[in-house]
Ligand binder design. Structure first.
Ligand code: PAF
Length: 295
């Protein structure tokens, strides 16, 4: 049963959100499906694609907009992370969200957390290595949100492929009764992967940042040529370094979703696993991530 309300409703408290979802489940009966799209707001077309997919697959779509302080390091951009509730509301409404959960920090964390959640293994490399504690913060907030919303399905963008691997592993390890649905990266027409942080980029930084998707686009061809993991990362890094503003944090080739290194001498076209080619690169103060999944 589809929720019939045309305009989404903004909900600020956990109690109110739970009661509205319960009301929907009661009305819709046992076949009711609830889809959930957790975000930190400043919504773009990537988020809209997740909302649309959820709205197509579920009777009720809940969106959360919450900039989670726990997943930001001390020198990261928590304070300046872009926020715009009105704009988020308009994007969410257009894409088909039914309930928009917009809690204050005090609602989510009324007192300091004494509980932590650490997913080992899959968090050891990539952003897990560059941003210590980041995935613990993500794991806590996603667990809290999943406990609050209790959705049948939760939708996550593959631009954060490591985040998808971490959350899927956590949901599996903890027997969370939810299907984690990975969704494709959405790009601007010129190839730049959509991110709320793209607004930080100057025109020159943005133009040079196009090298990221250009490099990733070449990956299938380089793999076909017989590249090994070190050769592939070398080729990508060399191309990125042609842009003077690019400061590489990492370029890595790992198995997916285990996120383990591949044999260094193995031509990647012979690899049996799915392969993730992931990178994080700073342009000025803005750290961008992007990736491609092969296989
Ligand atoms: O991907 C994000 O926007 C965030 O990490 C998430 C999943 C909403 C948790 O705060």
């Amino acid at each position: 049963m589809k929720m019939t309300v045309a305009a989404p409703e903004v909900v600020r408290t956990i109690a109110d959100l739970r009661s509205k979802i319960a009301e929907y489940r009661l009305r819709a009966g046992p076949a009711a499906k609830v889809g959930f799209v957790p975000t930190m707001g400043y919504l773009h077309e990537g988020h809209a694609s997740l909302i649309r997919r959820s709205a197509a697959e579920n009777g009720l779509t809940v969106l959360s907009v919450f900039v989670n302080p726990l997943q930001f390091g001390p020198n990261e951009d928590f304070e300046r992370y872009p926020r715009d509730e009105k704009r988020d509301y308009a994007v969410a409404a257009e894409a088909g969200a039914n309930l928009i959960f917009m809690p204050q920090v005090e609602e989510m964390y009324p007192r300091p957390m004494q509980t932590s959640i650490s997913v080992r293994g899959v968090t050891e490399r990539l952003c897990g290595a560059s941003r210590p504690g980041h995935f613990d913060g993500v794991a806590v907030v996603v667990t809290k949100l999943l406990n609050i919303v209790a959705p049948d399905r939760a939708y996550f963008g593959l631009k954060d492929a490591q985040q998808v691997a971490v959350i899927s592993r956590m949901a599996e390890d903890l027997n969370m009764p939810v299907e984690i649905v990975p969704c494709p990266i959405v790009r601007d027409a010129d190839g730049l992967a959509l991110s709320s942080r793209n607004v930080y980029l100057s025109a020159e930084e943005r133009s040079q940042a196009l090298v990221l998707s250009q490099a990733l686009k070449k990956v299938p061809e380089w793999i076909e040529d017989g590249a090994t993991a070190p050769e592939l990362t070398g080729r990508i890094a060399r191309l990125i370094r042609t842009k003077p503003l690019a400061d590489i944090d990492y370029v890595e080739v790992l198995s997916y979703p285990a996120l383990e290194p591949l044999a260094e001498t193995l031509p990647l076209k012979q690899a049996r696993e799915r392969i993730l080619v992931a990178l994080a690169v700073r342009f000025g103060k803005t750290r961008l991530i992007d990736n491609v999944l092969i296989g």
